[in-house]
Design a protein around this ligand. Structure first.
Ligand SMILES: Cc1cc2nc3c(=O)[nH]c(=O)nc-3n(C[C@H](O)[C@H](O)[C@H](O)COP(=O)(O)OP(=O)(O)OC[C@H]3O[C@@H](n4cnc5c(N)ncnc54)[C@H](O)[C@@H]3O)c2cc1C
Length: 388
């Protein structure tokens, strides 16, 4: 048996690390159970994945007192342009459509953001917060829950938070059901260095095979998320880089100039999922453990940030018992509805933009043209779109 803590966080990915920092900042004692060794997180090799934190998440991170420490690791998004390749219609969101310092959000290399979160956690709490281990069981007792681990630890706490990703063991142990669906597509993730300044632009190209989006990481370094049918993604990922880069350059009309791959090309099969509940007695799910979405709208971790902000806000008002039924009920109410709407919207967009039916393609084109021309509508769309 290990000393009791207020909260055990299962999983030291982005959502788990963020949760642990925010709860420790409230003065609670926290343990994070994560099988990956600290050094392996810090020295993780590149995997091609980049991540956009949208303006709404920046607001949450600012309110949690973390944004100033994280901002230097990414690059601001200053312009967003969405082009429907089939109809050649586009909408270009201008900087003054979202009047703020970081207008639309910020791009990060995935592993760099995780490392920054890890360093923040260790700097604020010390190394003993992290347990290199994996959970295998839970046992509920009167006013606490005990987490069992592979290495034989028993960790009693008032609340256990599942941030252990899409295949969440904690969700299974709590017998929380899951809805799951597949898209038959895969996302390629790659980072390129290039000769022309990206100008802080996100360029989203809605192509017949699926969307392709750029994300600024630095003026001369850009993350690419490129969705294709699974077979085509495999061909591109395993073929010569010159073919991949040639096709990428064509898709972007050469706007980034000469490009070189900066690291390997990663590939992720695309599916969606939603936990049937986010809570059980003395237990809550956050991040991908609760929901997983198509990357078309860059919402995945942004939904996780909103989960963490909501849960931490509720716990702040109940510090003596962070796992009380009132906290958990309110958390479920605050997050499951909004996340359901984001999941439907993301799913609808993913299907709309990979459908070649002529009437749908026309409607898509018309919608983008209207958004581009009518300033108040365009502003409303981007300001809504930058929140989760
Ligand atoms: C190609 C692509 C592009 C994306 N782009 C964006 C984007 O632009 N913006 C955005 O917001 N999101 C994006 N996402 C989604 C985003 O990457 C995820 O939502 C986010 O990384 C999930 O973080 P998480 O911490 O919830 O889960 P994970 O990162 O999966 O972390 C789970 C952690 O739990 C640990 N774990 C697993 N099992 C156990 C166990 N039994 N015990 C203890 N620990 C365990 C794992 O080791 C891991 O560290 C993208 C995803 C993809 C694939």
């Amino acid at each position: 048996m290990t000393d009791a803590s207020d909260v055990v966080v299962v999983g030291g990915g982005h959502a788990g690390l963020l949760t642990a920092i925010a709860l420790s900042d409230l003065g609670l004692s926290v343990r994070v159970v994560e099988p990956m060794p600290e050094n392996a997180i810090r020295e993780a090799p590149p995997d091609g994945r980049a991540l956009a934190l949208l303006a709404g998440s920046i607001d949450h991170l600012t309110a949690l007192g973390l944004w100033d420490d994280l901002a230097p690791f990414g690059a601001p998004i200053r312009r967003v342009e969405v082009l429907d390749v089939g109809s050649s219609s586009k909408v270009a969101y201008r900087e003054n459509d979202a009047p703020r310092t970081t207008p639309f959000g910020q791009g990060f290399e995935n592993r760099v953001l995780r490392r920054a979160l890890l360093d923040l956690l260790l700097a604020r709490t010390g190394r003993s917060v992290l347990l290199e281990d994996r959970i295998t069981g839970i046992e509920r007792q009167a006013a606490k829950i005990v987490v069992r681990t592979e290495q034989g630890r028993d960790l009693p706490a008032k609340l256990v938070i599942g941030a252990d990703g899409r295949g969440s063991k904690l969700r299974t142990l709590a017998r929380i059901g899951l809805q799951r669906w597949s898209y038959g597509h895969a996302a390629l993730g790659l980072i390129v260095r290039h000769s022309t300044d990206n100008g802080g632009a996100v360029l989203e190209r809605m192509r017949p095979g699926g969307p392709l989006a750029t994300l600024p990481l630095r003026a001369d370094r850009t993350g690419i998320t490129w969705v294709e049918t699974t077979e085509r993604a495999q061909v591109l990922a395993n073929g010569p880089p010159s073919v991949l880069l040639g096709e990428l350059s064509d898709a972007l009309d050469g706007v980034l100039g000469e490009m070189q791959l900066d690291g390997p090309v990663g590939m992720w099969p695309l599916s969606g999922q939603h936990a049937e509940r986010y809570v059980a007695p003395r237990l809550a799910l956050v991040g991908d453990a609760a929901h997983g979405v198509h990357p078309i709208h860059a919402q995945g971790f942004n939904m996780g940030v909103a989960d963490v902000a909501a849960l931490v806000g509720l716990i702040r008002r109940n510090l003596s018992d962070p796992g009380s039924p009132d906290v958990l009920k309110a958390y479920e109410r605050m997050r499951r509805g909004p996340n359901t709407r984001v999941i439907w919207l993301t799913d609808g967009l993913a299907r709309l933009f990979t459908n070649d039916l002529v009437p749908l393609a026309r409607a898509r084109g018309a919608a983008l043209t209207i958004l581009d021309r009518i300033t108040p509508l365009r502003r409303l769309a981007i300001q809504r779109g930058m929140r989760t």
